[in-house]
Design a protein around this ligand. Structure first.
Ligand SMILES: C[S@@+](CC[C@H](N)C(=O)[O-])C[C@H]1O[C@@H](n2cnc3c(N)ncnc32)[C@H](O)[C@@H]1O
Length: 371
């Protein structure tokens, strides 16, 4: 007789919820390798000594909350080590993490990231276009924060939507210095008394850039220091799933209310520019196999100066050369390389058409095919 033991199923991911509790304990209870991206805005450990006042003697609303206080650097380092370890266990093999911090903590966090086995991809300077002045005039105006972007390990195939970020930046490659304003105005959440609901609410613009650049719709994003839920709000708008962890009940209440009012952008608006390399490869030979071009048909160069004949195996032959569409084009132009897809044209009904049109036709058929 055989006895069947029921396989223990992995606990389900609590998607699109805010979990109450200590982030290390909560992360350790979630299933391993289940998250695509972690965005973490941990305590800064500001070590403020005494109140800070403006020249008119009004008090600056600085981060002096209990959650930001640690007994020593060693205590902060231990905390950082523990949460980074718990976070790394949750990441899928090709997952990545962003951690934001200031000069008070980011160097300690950077070393801890490397010690924990993460692989740093970039550090990004968020330059605040509207920073708080240095009221005492004793130091430089502290006008930036640093974000570290790291993959789970060296060699991981992390998500990077290069073309999408380039489009966001008016067609110019996105750099590692981002000029964005602090969260103010209607975006700044207030409590019942009209005071800031959270001292360190991050701007949605920052999260928009992070999530468009390093996640795709449907990805799971975890924020272990959820605060007012900026990560969740932007993730929801962008059609990503989020998991938030927050210890303080008051912040969870604010975040719940905020998230309830957020609507997801429509499906078409969520599509972003992709790299040409990410598009499915179509071999030139497929155009011949499918009868879109016939063996023996003549192709002409875009400038009309050169011609070559299509062969049954998907190569071209011209006077002195035979080879791929790229090799023959490069040889005839005397160039080191040539993109044959945009160089060669065929004739239909008297019109000269680039062969790339046929490749695009095949690609669009691939997209329409259900998975
Ligand atoms: C810098 S704030 C994050 C602000 C957030 N990014 C936003 O836009 O609102 C850090 C948050 O982490 C929470 N926190 C600190 N230590 C925690 C822990 N061990 N577990 C869970 N939450 C914690 C704090 O209560 C605080 O809200």
């Amino acid at each position: 007789m055989t006895t069947m033991t029921k396989a223990k199923s992995a606990p389900a991911l609590p998607l699109n919820t805010i979990i109450a509790g200590d982030c290390i304990e909560v992360m350790n209870s979630l299933p391993e390798a289940s998250v695509d991206l972690i965005f973490a805005d941990p305590p800064y450990n500001l070590q403020l000594k005494g109140d800070l006042h403006r020249p008119d003697n009004s008090q600056v609303d600085a981060v002096d909350d209990a959650w930001d206080q640690f007994a020593s650097f060693a205590a902060y380092d231990k905390f950082t080590h523990d949460w980074l370890k718990a976070a790394r266990r949750l990441l899928k093999p090709h997952g990545a993490i962003w951690v934001i911090g200031s000069y008070h903590n980011i160097f300690r966090v950077g070393a801890a990231l490397q010690d924990a086995g993460y692989w740093i991809l970039n550090d990004v300077i968020w330059r605040k276009s509207n920073p708080m002045p240095n009221f005492r005039g004793k130091r430089l105006t502290n006008a930036h924060e640093t974000m570290i972007w790291a993959s789970k390990s060296e060699g991981a195939k992390y998500t990077f939507n290069y073309e999408a970020l380039k489009s966001l930046n008016d067609g110019v490659q996105m750099r590692s210095d981002w000029v964005l304003p602090l969260c103010t105005g209607h975006e700044r959440l207030k409590d019942d008394k009209g005071d800031k609901a959270h001292p360190t609410q991050k701007p949605e613009s920052l999260l928009h850039r992070v999530l468009v650049g390093s996640t795709n719709p449907g990805d799971v994003i975890l924020d272990p220091f959820f605060g007012t839920g900026t990560t969740g709000a932007v993730a929801k708008m962008l059609g990503r799933d989020y998991i938030g962890i927050e210890r303080e009940a008051a912040y969870r209440v604010v975040a719940e209310k905020r998230l309830a009012s957020i609507r997801k952008f429509d499906r078409d608006a969520l599509q972003v520019s992709t790299s040409k390399r990410a598009e499915p490869r179509v071999p030139f030979g497929q155009l011949i196999e499918r009868g879109m071009l016939r063996p023996g048909e003549m192709l002409t160069s875009m400038n009309g100066k050169c011609a070559a004949k299509v062969r049954a195996d998907g190569t071209l032959v011209a006077d002195s050369i035979k080879g791929s569409i790229h090799q023959v084009g490069a040889h005839l132009e005397g160039a080191p390389s040539c993109n044959g897809w945009t160089y060669w044209c065929f004739k239909r009904e008297g019109k000269v058409v680039p062969i790339d049109v046929l490749r695009q036709q095949i690609r669009s058929e691939m997209e329409e095919r259900p998975n």
